[in-house]
Design a protein around this ligand. Structure first.
Ligand code: SAM
Length: 250
């Protein structure tokens, strides 16, 4: 990797995670004691008040390395994230593709842009009792995410917004192949719907990333159910005890 690319990636990560201005976590503000923790921001354990992503520096670095790798090794396909929140992780992917002169690869952002669905425990019992749909900070509008992309100078035709519930949208996406599929929908429902719709389109040599694997049991269960049903045996690699990935070998 060239020094210029390395420095661009490093700066993008500092910007999207906002380790520069060090905004406090949402929770600390709600408790009336605004605080920033370098440790939590590195590991993506806080919901930042202002930063463009909550996935933390380690998962961002891992994502950037994977984007670089699929371009360098000619693994064909686009990038998709299911569950984008403020869009910072997608902006990083877009920026790195552009910097590597791979602007023809699209970045798809799939989200309701109004938060998570209320659980449907009759269909997905593992989601019983989940309250994410009541958390107002998780609902970020499409316009705000577009503003994020504009702020980085990255809003263009190669950024595709897929608005709606995953169950209604993901199987209709026109992309033929993905080099990277990043799942970040927290719930069993959101994880299983995304992997079912998108894994068949993941290129051999491409990456399947699961953001919440180490943190949310229902998400982990969805991944194990899918892997078992489809005989997937690729090794799951831990990033930071929350996010994981594997590389599709066949
Ligand atoms: C934890 S946030 C994603 C964090 C983001 N990847 C980042 O970089 O900060 C979860 C996102 O998933 C979306 N989401 C979850 N389940 C969904 C579903 N079934 N359909 C559409 N959007 C969903 C929510 O609207 C929210 O934006």
């Amino acid at each position: 990797m060239s020094k210029a690319l390395d420095q661009y990636v490093d700066l993008m990560i500092r910007c999207v995670a906002n380790t520069i201005y060090k905004d406090p976590s949402n929770m600390s503000v709600l408790r009336g004691r605004a605080a920033y923790s370098e440790h939590e921001r590195t590991l993506g354990r806080d919901w930042p008040l202002i930063a463009h992503t909550m996935i933390g520096v380690k998962r961002l670095r891992s994502l950037a390395d994977q984007v670089i790798e699929v371009v360098e090794n000619d693994i064909p396909g686009d990038f998709i994230e299911t569950g984008v929140w403020r869009g910072g992780a997608c902006a990083l992917a877009r920026g790195v593709f552009n910097a590597m002169e791979a602007a023809e690869r699209k970045v798809y952002l799939a989200d309701s842009f109004e938060g998570l669905p209320a659980p449907s425990p009759d269909i997905y019992p593992d989601d019983l009792g989940m309250q994410f749909h009541t958390y107002e900070p998780l609902a970020v509008s499409e316009d705000l995410v577009k503003d994020t992309f504009k702020a980085y100078g990255l809003l263009a035709d190669n950024v595709v917004f897929v608005k709606g519930w995953f169950k209604d949208t993901l199987h209709l996406i026109d992309a033929e192949q993905f080099a990277i599929v990043r799942l970040d929908g927290d719930m069993y429902e959101s994880t299983i719907q995304a992997i079912e719709a998108l894994y068949p389109k993941l290129s051999v040599g491409g990456y399947l990333i699961v953001d919440d694997y180490g943190m949310i049991k229902a998400c982990r269960k969805a991944i194990h159910d899918y892997r078992e049903a489809h005989g997937i045996a690729e090794e799951i690699v831990n990033i930071d005890d929350v996010g994981v990935y594997w590389r599709k070998l066949a």
